[in-house]
Design a protein around this ligand. Structure first.
Ligand SMILES: [Mn+2]
Length: 203
């Protein structure tokens, strides 16, 4: 299985007063070409499709057009999570019927435990979440940071592992120097199995 992994499109972003949309459109065209040339079986978009939760109308139109192009015109399965820059409820609008065209968009923590199976692989789409969301979901006041919250998150995913499948985690986190070891721990300890992989976007 060949998967194209992308993240952090930040559509709608301006940089020192310049609209980045023309650059982002060119990047999207290049991405689409890679997906075509490499005959990928799906595209992972690991968060931050938008730059702001309350995205401008033009940004919404752009993201919708890009997703529609990949999914409907190119026929590619899409595996998408919300990032910290996205508004999860806004991004999720319409997601109930997206899966009919293999467009899987997870924006709520609970959805992370419903693996998406494509071919020989289970994908666990973990949207960006705050510790408070994990405390509420697991009803555990001890989950005061993401490192603590990831233990029950991973446990619940592992319980869903089909033994004859590969398992891929898609996530979106802040990553800094002090988090490097934690990310390594997540990949090598919390995500068991040699054939597993974690794919993330960040910040
Ligand atoms: Mn980002």
């Amino acid at each position: 299985m060949r998967i194209l992994h992308t993240a952090d499109w930040h559509i709608g972003r301006t940089l020192a007063g310049f609209d980045l949309l023309p650059v982002q459109q060119r990047s999207f065209a290049a991405l689409r070409q890679v997906a075509h040339d490499e005959h990928v079986d799906g595209v992972i978009i690991a968060g931050d499709l938008y730059d702001r939760g309350l995205a401008a109308e033009s940004a919404v139109n752009t993201v919708n057009s890009m997703l529609r192009t990949l999914n409907r015109e190119d026929g590619l399965p899409l595996l998408v999570i919300s990032g910290n820059h996205d508004s999860a409820p806004r991004l999720a609008t319409g997601s109930e019927w997206f899966s009919s065209t293999k467009f899987y968009l997870h924006t709520r923590l609970a959805e992370a435990f419903e693996p998406v199976t494509l071919g020989d692989t289970q994908f666990f789409l973990l949207p960006y979440f705050e510790p408070a969301m994990a405390r509420a979901y697991f009803e555990d006041d001890n989950l005061t940071n993401i490192a603590a919250a990831m233990a029950p998150v991973i446990d619940r995913m592992v319980a869903q592992f089909a033994p004859d499948k590969r398992h891929v985690l898609v996530a979106h986190f802040f990553c800094g120097w002090q988090h490097t070891q934690w990310l390594r721990d997540t990949r090598e300890c919390w995500w068991p199995g040699r054939r597993a992989a974690g794919l993330a976007g960040a910040v």
